[in-house]
Design a protein around this ligand. Structure first.
Ligand code: HEM
Length: 220
């Protein structure tokens, strides 16, 4: 039987590592008004930044080089939904799987934009940095107590890094899986015993994430 990759376990391990505890998740919720009030501006700023740089701008252009406004609006909406959803971040079984699916559409381009290739992983990292900075500004401006603003930023920073770890899973080849030898029928063992290297093909406890069938999100 193939090994079931324990994404919730990984999330918990990293939460312990960075020291993200329930009191910080509660603080994220308690200060969420500031985020909600600024969510549209923040997502607009992220996308304005994407459009400034050719290597990120190209993902939002039509064939004639003009900005695809419809797609851009959808993508902004998706990012806003993700940001608002992050207020309810949980260290549970489902959350990491949803983040994994989001990461996979970036690392493994669906057929409708296969020609553009992966969103380069460095821009996933840089986007998270951009968002962390924007959130720190929001808290500094919106919260009267500077200590509370600092603590809210710290909690978001930790939580966003945990999400980034999973968002990047489709880009890296270190995800451990059971050695191939143990999955082969008897007598056909892999002499090298190399683990499979495509995390997108890992199974999770609720069933496989079938990224080949992920379509462009139409729910926004
Ligand atoms: C912090 C980093 C990022 C987050 C949290 C994020 C979040 C999301 C979410 C939630 C979706 C919708 C996924 C779905 O429908 O299942 C999405 C889709 C998309 N994002 Fe991002 N995104 C990030 C960075 C980027 C960057 C850097 C680019 C490119 C410059 C990008 C381009 C896209 C595109 C093109 C899609 C549509 C995917 C498709 O073809 O279906 N994203 N993103």
């Amino acid at each position: 039987m193939p090994q079931i990759f324990d994404w919730p376990g990984r999330l918990k391990q990293l939460a312990d590592f960075v020291g993200l505890d329930q009191s910080e998740l509660d603080l994220i919720k308690a200060t969420s008004d500031a985020v909600l009030k600024n969510a549209d501006d923040l997502t607009a700023a992220v996308y304005d930044n994407f459009l400034k740089f050719p290597e990120t701008r190209r993902f939002f252009l039509e064939a004639d080089g003009e900005i695809d406004e419809v797609r851009l609006a959808r993508r902004k909406h998706s990012l806003g939904r993700w940001l608002r959803g992050s207020i309810d971040f949980k260290i549970d079984r489902d959350y990491p799987v949803r983040v994994l699916a989001t990461g996979i559409v970036h690392s493994h381009p669906p057929s409708h934009r296969a020609h553009l290739g992966s969103i380069p992983s460095r821009f996933m990292i840089a986007s998270m940095s951009f968002i962390q900075t924007a959130l720190a500004d929001v808290f500094r401006e919106e919260l009267e107590d500077p200590d509370l603003a600092m603590r809210a930023s710290i909690a978001w920073n930790k939580m966003l890094m945990l999400q980034l770890d999973i968002l990047l899973a489709g880009y890296v080849s270190e995800t451990p899986t059971e050695p191939v030898a143990e999955m082969e029928p008897e007598g056909q063992e892999n002499p090298h015993g190399q683990p499979a290297s495509n995390p997108g093909s890992n199974q999770v406890s609720e069933g496989p994430v079938d990224h080949m069938n992920l379509k462009e999100s139409g729910d926004d």
